[in-house]
Every structure is written in C-alpha cells, then in structure tokens.
Design a protein around this ligand. Structure first.
Ligand SMILES: C[S@@+](CC[C@H](N)C(=O)[O-])C[C@H]1O[C@@H](n2cnc3c(N)ncnc32)[C@H](O)[C@@H]1O
Length: 694
C-alpha cells in the first residue's frame, strides 16, 4: 500500500467516524481535510477541525515498511518536526504521526520542552478503521485533561522498540544474504550456533528461519543498547572527557561505531558491554544504518540521565519476545521482592553477594543499593560495591543488561569490573572465581582460588531461579551431578524435581555456615511429592528463617503461586532443630521494613497470629520433619491445627488403604471458579485446597 493510500484510508475512516458521531464531549468535530495546504509551507496529510472550523489535530502518515531511505517511523525526528511545523502554522493543539501500525499523539503547545520529549501518547493499531473512532475520543479526552500522557520513560521505551521493530527484519535479510554469499561466514555461524547449544540445520527451513530471526533480533538489540549506553556515558561528567561525541558519518555508520566502541574500551573499559562474539559484528548493517544514525543524533534531544536501570530492563522485555523469554525460564522479579530478599540476607557493607541466575540484574541492583546504604561513607563506593557482587546467567542478553544496569548505578565513578559470567550455573564450580571478563569474550580470568578463598565464600546468595519442569530440563544428568558431592549429599533428591530444586542444592555448595540464602520460587515444593525431598534438604542444611507467601491482592496475582524463602546455612543439627521457622502469609501490601520486622523478631514456636495484614504460623524446626505438605501452615483454618494436635487424630493412611479412584473427567463438577467460592462463603481457607479455574 502506498503512503497516499494509507493516509487517504485513514482520512476516510476519520470522516466516517465524525459523521457517525461528531460530538465527543469536550470537542464537537466538524470537517476533515486531506492534503491540506491553506496557510502552510507544505502539505499536511490530514487536518481535523472542530465544528467552529478551528483545527484540532493534524496527522502525518507514513508507510510502516518503507525502504529505509524515506522517513517511515512515527518517532523519527524529521516526521515529528514536519508535523509539529504544520500544527504550529495552523494553531492546532495536537499533532499525530501515523504509519498504520502505530500512531503517536503529541501536545503541540507545550513550551520549553524539546520536541521529542513533548507529552505524547502512543497507540498500537490493529484495525485502522476502528482506531479512527477511538482516536477522536482520545483526543477529546486529552483536550479535557481526562487522559494521561505516557510517562517519559514509557515514551523512550516505545521509541526504542519501534526502532528495534524496524531494524530486526532488515538485519535478518542481511544475515540471510551474507550467509548465502560468504561460505566462511556460514561456517562461522554454524560453529557459533553449535557452541551456543542452538540447533541449526540450514536445510530445515523452519529451523533456519527461526534461528536466524532470533539472532537478528538479538544483533539489532545489542547494537541499539550499545549506542544508548555510549550516549549515557557521553552525557555523564565522569566519562565525557574520555570519549568523543558519537557522530558516525553517513554511509560509514557500522565502521565508525566499531571505532568509537573500541576507543571506549581502550580508554575507559566497559569491555563487558562492548566486546562479545565477533559473529554479531560480521553482519552488514547497510540496510539500517540511515535509521540508526538518525536515532543516534536524536538521542541528543533526550535527557538520558533520567532513565534508571529499570528502563533498560524494560527495553529488553519489549524487544525480546515473551515466549522466547518464557522458554528460558526468564522473567523479571518485581523490585519490591528483590529488595525484600536483599534486606533479609545482606547484612553488612562488606558482604559478597551471588545471584546464580541473575537475569537482567534485579537482585544485584537491589544488593548494590543495600550495600550502598550500609557503607559508612557511601560516596566513592561504586567500585567497592561492584567488587562484592557476582552474577551467573546462561543467556548472553540479560547478562549484558546486568552489566549495564550495574555500571549505570553511579556514572560519576569508573566501572572497572562487573562480575557477571555467562555460564550455565551447573558448570560453575564451588570457589571458582566468576570472571566478568569471560562475559566480555575477551579471554576470561577464571582461577580455582578465587573469591571463595579470599573471602571465605559468599556472604549471601539470592535470586529467582528459573522454573523449568523436570521433563523440559535438557541435560538432567549434568544438572544432578553435584548432588553426590560430599558437601551436600542429596543423591536421593527426586528426579521429578523442577530445576529450581537443583539451584537450591547447587547454590548450597557456595555457602558457608551462618550465610543466608534468599530466593523466590514456585511454591510447588510446598505440596508436591518431590517437594518433600526439597523440604528435607532444607531441614538437613539450613535454619529455615521464613517462608513468605502473598495473597492475590498483594501482587495482582503475579506471585500467588510463588514463595519467598529465607534460609541460613547451619551444619549443626541441634541448632537447626531448635530454630523457630516462620510461615508468613501476607494479606495486604506491607512495607519492606514491616515484613523484615516480623521475620527478624524473636518468636515462640507453635504460634498462630492472624490479623488483617498477615497470618503467621511458627514451628520449631524439629517438628517439621513430620509434616509433609507445608502449605497447611499458610492456608489451613485454625481448627486444623487443633485437630492435628489432638492425640485421637491419626492420618487416614495409618488406618486405611488410600489409593487414587476413577478419573471421571467431569471437571466442571470438581473445578470451581473463584467467584463461586466467594458466593458459597468458602473463603478464606478453602480456595487453596479446592481447584479453582480463575
Ligand atoms: C526467573 S529469571 C531471573 C530474573 C532476574 N531475577 C531478574 O529480575 O532479571 C531466571 C534466569 O535464569 C537464567 N537461567 C536459566 N537457566 C540457567 C542456568 N542453568 N544457569 C544460569 N542461569 C540460568 C534465565 O536466563 C533467566 O534470566
């Protein structure tokens, strides 16, 4: 479809929607004109007027799939400037840039704010006809002040995602061409995929396309990230004097970027961010360099210092498809959870912290803040703190983000070293120094006498291990290999265990006595058969300080099936048995300090405290050896505990044979809906025992 068709179609939709319903609250729409020139130095694609003939908004429409030489991106500075110019000439309060897939509305009257940072609201469009009607309402609401503009960081993320959407398919085509034309590159690519454990058979069309698509997405993402990070450094007083402003020459963008980046690594460092497998830089970027260059220049209009590490993480979420992230057992941990766990496990400014599945660094950033707060003299502590943080991550991209996220915590200080290793945690050996340089692909500095010997192991291990069900674990033998080590002796761990169970067992090898291990994970281990082995492992190796669960309303459902576990390594059995374990169920959102106070307060065993905010059950650890399903501590009604303690009550299995009955398949009969449970007055205890479908 040509550009003209796009804006004529949209024009026709707007016209029809207005004649259907001109009155939209604060605005009564009137005429709509296409190719409007009156009083303009150019030709505005669409102008929408109110019923008094005053312009309300103008639309500049561009094709979404242009050839790169034309401006086709609604965030492109040139398109925005053009549309803004028309809005200014006509006195229209709003202008929009549109490319059939996306429309962005801008506030034309905002004074003193750079154009690209103007209030804006972005829409993804699936049906332009339907959207034309929506747009009229939205603009009327914006006029009335009833609609919020997008937050500045959302705007930036949308902008970056749009660029990534533009670049990925073009890089994919370049990759395919390059593979066809250059046999050496083809063999490098095949070797590289094999080394990454990626199955890639060029004769299998589906597989070939999938691998190449993903690779292209990652390559596009990497280059965008490097550019953004360079510009962040460029705007920081500490680094700006050491690096040249990033202004690649037209038609030499790829070559110039390589130069800028290698100069940065030589002069300043950040190897972890800028150096990785050469294979990424071998793809020609000719098809995207115009757009990339325009983006680089456009970044001068943003105040990058306002974007924190959360923004970088969200860019990653936006550009790497969700199903891909899910397949890797990856997703982000809410910052409040990271903060809760580091608050309960990191005790002093000298603590060393390991996250064995660090993703994009949520826990390490949280630990950074915790160490920072604990430092007697926080100023200048950046290097000290970074030297106390270590991460392992199997996937290159989140690992790259961790490095960026940690480095940008203090841009007034130099970052010499970010200790994030790209490795399968099950290949990392106890007391092996984790080498940040390994991640940079620049040699690696592993040594057998590393952090462990120097510092006596980590002082805290934290994280959100992946959730990968046993049937999907690739190499179970490798993952289970450590179970027979003298240190942990867990050979009997059920082979039905989800991978997080092995993160717990292997993580244990990195902990000395008295050290805390805090993580969030699926709570299946609290009521499954394999979970009993996990429970036993904890009882045999740790003082269980607290297990924390969250009711539906606390984290909007996101964490109902998860639990936070806070442990302290303890080799002395009598100490373990006399420990009082806490089962805390949060019913309302509480501050981290309040939760920490409940966990840290000394408690008597066999207590049941229930109030509007939480329910707390305490048990002496010795008593837990006889409990199979620990979920009862969170959900059973008080009567259960009374009955359980009664000498006349025994388990059914002790007096009768218990076996599985006939499977009826009559699910509607057995599965309830949460709403029905409410109506039947079965809350608050029984919904967890009954199967609910929503
Ligand atoms: C649930 S996510 C952790 C998210 C992280 N806490 C964050 O907020 O970004 C689990 C992470 O473990 C990584 N992972 C999966 N298997 C791994 C392994 N065998 N070794 C190391 N990391 C692994 C995944 O790539 C993913 O980033």
């Amino acid at each position: 479809m040509s550009e003209a068709d796009i804006h004529f179609d949209f024009f026709a939709y707007l016209k029809a929607a207005i004649s259907e319903r001109p009155d939209r609250g604060s605005v009564t729409y009137g005429d709509v004109r296409a190719e409007y020139t009156d009083g303009l130095s150019g030709r505005a694609d669409i102008v929408v007027f109110d019923d008094d003939g005053a312009p309300v908004f103008i639309v500049e429409a561009k094709r979404p799939d242009g050839d790169g030489s034309r401006e086709t991106d609604p965030y492109s500075a040139d398109v925005i400037r053009q549309a803004f110019g028309y809005a200014g000439d006509l006195g229209a309060p709003f202008f929009c840039t549109y490319n059939e897939k996306r429309l962005v509305v801008f506030d034309a009257f905002e004074k003193g704010v750079p154009l690209l940072e103007r209030s804006q609201k972005s829409y993804i469009i699936s049906d332009p006809e339907e959207f034309a009607d929506t747009l009229l309402d939205e603009v009327a609401d914006l006029m009335e002040g009833d609609k919020n503009w997008d937050a500045v960081d959302d705007v930036f993320i949308e902008r970056v995602n749009t660029l990534h959407e533009y670049m990925s398919p073009r890089v994919e085509t370049e990759l395919e061409n390059h593979l066809n034309e250059d046999e050496d590159f083809q063999s490098d690519f095949e070797q590289w995929t094999a080394a990454q454990g990626i199955e890639y058979d060029r004769d299998d069309e589906d597989e070939r396309e999938e691998v190449q698509r993903e690779f292209a997405q990652q390559a596009a993402y990497l280059i965008i990230n490097k550019v953004i990070f360079y510009k962040i450094l460029e705007s920081s007083p500490t680094y700006s004097k050491d690096i040249d402003p990033l202004v690649p020459r037209p038609s030499h963008v790829q070559e110039d970027l390589e130069e800028y980046f290698s100069h940065l690594v030589d002069e300043v460092d950040f190897e972890a961010i800028y150096e990785h497998d050469n294979i990424y830089s071998e793809i020609p970027l000719d098809a995207v360099e115009g757009k990339l260059r325009a983006f680089i220049l456009e970044l001068d209009d943003y105040d990058l210092s306002q974007f924190n590490s959360d923004v970088i993480g969200r860019i990653y979420e936006g550009v790497i498809p969700a199903d891909r992230r899910r397949a890797m057992g990856e997703y982000y941990t809410p910052p409040a959870i990271c903060d809760l766990i580091t608050r309960l496990t990191v005790q002093s400014s000298d603590d060393t912290v390991l996250d064995p599945a660090c993703g994009s660094g949520g826990f390490l950033v949280s630990a950074y803040h915790r160490l920072h707060d604990k430092l007697p003299e926080p100023a200048g502590g950046h290097e000290h703190i970074l030297s106390h943080l270590s991460g392992v991550e199997i996937n290159r991209f989140p690992a790259h983000l961790t490095a960026i996220n940690l480095a940008i915590q203090d841009l007034s200080a130099y970052t010499e070293w970010v200790d994030v290793e790209i490795k399968d945690f099950f290949d990392v050996k106890k007391y092996q120094k984790l080498g940040g340089r390994e991640m940079a692909g620049a040699g690696g500095t592993e040594t057998e006498e590393g952090l462990g010997d120097q510092r006596g192991g980590y002082d805290a291990v934290v994280g959100n291990p992946p959730y990968i069900r046993q049937e999907n674990i690739d190499d179970k033998d490798k993952v289970r290999n450590h179970l027979s080590s003298d240190e942990i002796d867990a050979e009997d761990m059920s082979s039905y265990s989800d991978i997080y169970a092995y993160f717990i067992t292997h993580g244990t090898e990195f902990l000395a006595d008295g050290v805390d291990f805090g993580f969030i994970t699926s709570d299946r281990w609290l009521d499954t058969q394999y979970g009993e082995d996990v429970q036993q492992f904890l009882l045999d190796n740790y003082e269980i300080r607290a297990i924390i669960k969250f009711d539906r309303q606390v984290f909007d459902d996101a964490l109902v099936d998860s639990s936070v576990v806070i442990l302290r390594r303890q080799s002395d059995k009598s100490e373990r048995d006399s420990n009082v374990a806490k089962f805390l169920r949060l019913k309302q959102e509480l501050s981290i300090d309040d939760i920490a106070a409940i966990v840290e307060e000394e408690a008597e065993p066999n207590k049941l405290v229930t109030n509007d905010d939480y329910r707390l059950v305490t048990r002496k650890q010795a008593a837990l050896h006889h409990e199979k399903k620990w979920n009862v501590f969170f959900f059973a009604p008080p009567l259960y505990f009374d009955l359980d303690a009664h000498p006349a009550v025994v388990e059914l299995g002790d007096i009768a044979g218990v076996s599985r009955g006939i499977t009826t398949g009559a699910n509607p009969f057995f599965f309830g809906h949460t709403d029905e449970f409410d109506e039947l007055g079965l809350e608050p205890y029984s919904t967890h025992a009954l199967k609910a479908t929503g």
